[in-house]
Design a binder for this molecule. Structure first.
Ligand code: ZN
Length: 137
């Protein structure tokens, strides 16, 4: 079985980071820890820690990215939930063995050099699920 440690973050697709911050930061009162460009995924991400997890506001920087296509099709909203695991390879093997459809059969490199992989929403009741393995300290 996959050993999930905690929810690492919930990602929300937005049309505009500053506009989204009027709610998430100014009205709701969350703090922005940092804003990072993720060139691999053609996006800019604002990180807002909440307890031991984060809300991530994701904005596409190109018309062609997965995030841009998502926004066009479904509008802004929750994009994915990310679970932190100890061993991402073992988790992917275990999910494959359970017949789960994966988007990434092997880990890819996400924000801050973390190893990540996505599970297809078809296998997760319509939710895009991301797995995260934190880099060794
Ligand atoms: Zn994520």
């Amino acid at each position: 079985m996959t050993s999930v440690k905690r929810i690492n973050h919930i990602a929300i697709v937005v049309e505009d980071i500053d506009d989204a911050l009027h709610f998430w930061r100014d009205a709701l009162g969350l703090k922005v820890s940092h804003i990072e460009e993720v060139p691999d995924q053609d996006s800019v991400v604002a990180f807002l820690p909440v307890g031991n997890m984060e809300i991530e506001l994701v904005k596409s920087t190109s018309e062609e990215s997965g995030v841009a296509r998502y926004l066009k099709k479904r509008g802004p909203g929750i994009h994915h939930i990310c679970f932190e695991v100890d061993d991402i390879e073992a988790s992917l093997e275990s999910l494959k063995a359970s017949g789960v459809r994966l988007i990434n059969n092997e880990p890819i490199i996400g924000t801050s050099g973390k190893r990540v992989a996505f599970v297809h929403p078809e296998s997760a009741h319509g939710v895009l699920v991301e797995l995260y393995e934190l880099p060794p300290k």
